[in-house]
Design a protein around this ligand. Structure first.
Ligand code: DOR
Ligand code: ZN
Ligand code: ZN
Length: 395
């Protein structure tokens, strides 16, 4: 097949290493089929899917079932996380190797679903059990209700809230690093979102890798006034000081991966009055255009973006291809047109939940083709062929 790439940049296939596709769970919000279709429309060749589904993915039977769903319905390749629970700690080492997971996921702080290991003894047991990659969700529980900004009443306690929240996130991360030092096990810290954590983690680069989210590089707290519940995520969107710290960390090479934390919820769940609004924003379809716009604005180079969304995930999670450590799979490409300027519209969103916090956001630079292992699955907004997605292999 001949693909005319005149005037385009051909990037290695871009990966979103942090998505929640909700299967099994609520198909009216998202499934593996719909979420990966959104992903290829947005220029991604692979996504790594979190285990906090309903029920959660915590054993080999569930992983086998999910791999089957990937083979039947996914439009792009998928890495699967396995969730750590108190009950499966003894099996984690075997699970991560035999079941070809991208990582063990530990919810060391509050989240959607009921996977949670918060105490030091539990966390240390998980850390010692994993052979390779463990990814930590590092927010602290009491943060959620205490500090979620009251976007409906004009946030009278936002300053107080911000202070509590930063303290809590920092505490969670400090605790994880103390355990990583003690056990000698490396940790991948997901969605690091505060200036304080980023500064702190600079001293632990020998033992930690860092993910920052596209939303934390793009939105500031004015989003609460504009979007209400559609700005609520966990960890929360913060003020400009943290956004600038995140960009400084990206520039200095203190960030390994940029992901979206695509976390669809129904409109009803997003519009529930504070503090019961569901936390999480869609992003699998918008992460590439939004990041390309940052390239156009001089925030980072295309090379750096390819590093953060392809080589970085491959390095951190240990992607292998034909038995070798690899930055991707054969003929995985994302075609981008940096001359194309386009406004993100809600009507473009393919996830059944049907909303994006970026409605009306103009992006200079746009994904115009997605090629998964040689199959052209998206060209100029059209999804082509059949779902060719496969599970990604890991070291
Ligand atoms: O905002 C979030 N949404 N944070 C999480 O930790 C979980 C996620 C979800 O699954 O909804
Ligand atoms: Zn999270
Ligand atoms: Zn997440």
């Amino acid at each position: 097949e001949v693909v005319d790439c005149k005037g385009l940049h051909v990037l290695p296939g871009l990966v979103d290493a942090h998505v929640h596709l909700r299967e099994p769970g609520d198909a009216s919000v998202e499934t593996i089929g719909t979420g990966t279709r959104a992903a290829v429309l947005g220029g991604l060749t692979a996504v790594f899917d979190m285990p906090n589904t309903s029920p959660a993915i915590t054993d080999s039977a569930q992983l086998a079932w999910k791999r089957g769903r990937v083979e039947e319905t996914a439009w792009c390749d998928m890495g699967l996380y396995v969730g750590a629970t108190r009950r499966n700690i003894p099996e984690l080492a075997a699970l991560e190797v035999e079941e070809n997971v991208c990582a063990i996921k530990v919810f060391a702080g509050s989240s959607t679903g009921d996977l949670m290991i918060e105490d030091d003894a539990g966390l240390e047991a998980v850390m010692r059990s994993g052979r390779r990659r463990i990814a930590y969700h590092s927010e602290d529980e009491y943060r959620l209700r205490e500090r979620k900004p009251n976007y409906q009443t004009g946030m009278p306690h936002r300053m107080h809230a911000e202070w509590r929240d930063v303290e809590c996130a920092f505490l969670g991360t400090r605790r994880l690093m103390a355990l990583a030092r003690k056990t000698g096990r490396p940790a991948h810290i997901l969605h690091v979102s505060t200036a304080e954590e980023l500064e702190y983690l600079a001293d632990f680069r020998d033992i930690c890798t860092v993910e920052v989210l596209m939303n934390h590089l793009t939105q500031t707290d004015e989003a609460y006034d504009r979007l209400g519940g559609y700005a609520v995520m966990n960890p929360p969107i913060r003020d400009k000081r943290h956004l600038e710290a995140a960009w400084a960390a990206v520039r200095d090479g203190r960030v390994d991966v940029v992901g979206s934390d695509h976390a669809p919820h129904s409109r009803a769940a997003k519009e529930r009055p504070w503090p019961d609004c569901a936390a999480g924003l869609t992003g699998v379809q918008t992460i590439v255009p939004v990041m390309l716009d940052h390239v156009s604005n001089g925030r980072l180079s295309l090379m750096r973006l390819a590093d953060l969304m392809c080589a970085g995930p491959a390095r951190v999670y240990g992607v292998v291809n034909k038995g070798r450590l690899s930055v991707g799979y054969d003929a995985d490409f994302t075609l981008v047109d940096m001359a194309k300027s386009r406004v993100i519209e809600e009507s473009w969103i393919a996830s059944p939940c049907g909303w994006t916090p970026f409605d009306g956001h103009r992006c200079q630079g746009w994904p115009v083709g997605t090629i998964v292992r040689g199959h052209v699955v998206m060209r100029e907004d059209e999804v082509l062929g059949t779902p060719v997605g496969r599970p990604v292999a890991f070291r």
